[in-house]
Design a binder for this molecule. Structure first.
Ligand code: SF4
Length: 430
């Protein structure tokens, strides 16, 4: 049985090859390991573009749709392959499917809600037995640590390791990894807290995966794709950071701003060279309250940045313009904050009330009157890699919102363009 795991083109990235398709590799590994007679290949549409006529025939195509922005392309690919290969079957899971279960169950031969490892294996068995179901839901515990790490050899080496992950640190060879999945916080704009609790790999698995990558790809650094890369629990964090540290690699990741100094110091000692912080807004604590960030204090966020600098960890600040509760003062306040705090890098994205988020579920509560139904316009956060790119912002605020006057879309767009130019002039973007 030929199984093709499809990697979408990721057309919204300036350099889609830089990051590795970790979830597609992970599920390809699971299917290859657990489904008898499965001949699994990764079909990587990031290279060569979206041309369904170039995709080889398979018995089953598997899509793991993490962003709704990929859904339109995946739907088109599915339709084209179904037409070319009418006997093929199509399985889909991922964040987008979790949040659009009925639409996906109507479209695909089998859809998976949740992390679904055992349900995927079951679906292949059911297919064999002629009783495939349209919808499979994850039932009971399916912990991340119960499964082995993703094989990378479904892709050529140059799509696994590159110098881009650590371009700001001398360009030593690196690759992406995920040592946890899910998130137990509830930021109102987010869909990546799914599963809604952190699931960590155990320390032995973390060390073993890095050692495999060092041996097979000569990597010297790992880019952690975890949503929060310093675990909140001290015991878990200590095991996790020591597991990375004993491999001798350097690493970067993203985290929230509530780790203790002891854990920050341990992160530095374990090889951390850079942390990205989703501060989201530096205009007012009220915005942080509205979007329910783990840290709701700009002053505390500022102190956390100072802590990272003290331990020689470079800081990337991530901000969002257009959030509910923001005012027309956001541009000036943001520039003041960045001038004072002087992070190493800054990324400012446009807000997107992405399908599946709490804000999308109840837009009126946030003063939003319209959300664009075109899924291709929703990409969690909307980052522009240059002035030629569309700003996005697929929504409008009412004139009056529960938090005061609604910002006009044109004003948010202008502020976004201004801050991005301001940052580029200062060499603070990458
Ligand atoms: S934004 Fe980050 S911290 Fe907040 S819920 Fe999403 S993944 Fe968790």
């Amino acid at each position: 049985m030929d199984v093709g795991v499809i990697v979408p083109s990721w057309q919204y990235w300036a350099n889609p090859i830089k990051l590795q398709p970790l979830w597609e590799l992970y599920y390809a590994t699971l299917i290859a390991d657990r489904v008898a007679d499965a001949n699994v290949q990764l079909i990587d549409l990031r290279v060569g573009g979206i041309d369904p006529s170039a995709i080889p025939e398979c018995d089953v195509y598997f899509y793991w749709i993490m962003k709704s922005a990929d859904a339109v392309e995946v739907y088109a690919t599915h339709a084209a392959l179904s037409f070319r290969f009418p006997r093929s079957q199509h399985f889909a899971g991922g964040n987008h499917v979790d949040h659009h279960a009925d639409a996906c169950a109507a479209r695909f031969d089998a859809s998976f809600i949740g992390t679904a490892e055992e349900q995927i294996v079951q679906a292949f068995q059911d297919r064999q037995d002629g009783r495939l179901e349209r919808l499979y839901r994850t039932a009971g515990a399916s912990p991340f640590a119960a499964y082995r790490h993703a094989r990378r050899d479904f892709l050529p080496d140059d799509r696994i390791v590159n110098s881009e992950h650590f371009a700001q640190h001398g360009g030593f060879p690196g690759t992406g990894v995920s040592f946890s999945r899910g998130c137990s916080f509830h930021c109102r704009f987010c869909v990546y807290n799914n599963p809604s609790k952190f699931e960590y790999r155990n320390p032995e698995q973390i060390t073993a995966e890095i050692e495999d990558l060092k041996r097979d790809y000569a990597i010297e650094g790992v880019n952690l794709r975890d949503e929060v890369c310093i675990p909140m629990n001290k015991v878990v964090a200590t095991g996790y950071l020591n597991a990375i540290g004993r491999t001798g690699v350097r690493w970067r990741g993203q985290t929230v701003t509530i780790a203790s100094e002891e854990m920050v110091q341990l992160a530095a000692e374990s090889g951390c060279v850079e942390l990205a912080l989703g501060l989201e807004n530096v205009e007012s604590d009220r915005v942080l309250e509205i979007i329910d960030k783990p840290s709701k204090s700009i002053a505390a966020n500022r102190r956390f940045i100072e802590l990272l600098k003290k331990h020689n960890i470079k800081v990337k600040v991530c901000l969002i313009f257009g959030l509910p509760g923001e005012t027309d003062a956001v541009l000036d306040r943001t520039m003041e904050f960045l001038d004072e705090v002087r992070p190493d890098y800054v990324a400012v994205s446009g807000f997107d009330p992405v399908p599946g988020s709490a804000i999308y579920a109840d837009p009126a509560a946030y003063g939003i009157t319209r959300i664009d139904s075109d899924l291709s316009r929703h990409a969690h956060l909307l980052y522009r890699f240059g002035d030629a790119e569309d700003v996005g912002l697929p929504f409008e605020y009412a004139e009056q919102t529960p938090f005061g006057p609604g910002r006009r879309r044109e004003r948010i767009v202008a502020d976004l363009c201004s801050i991005q130019s301001w940052l580029r002039e200062r060499g603070m973007t990458y």
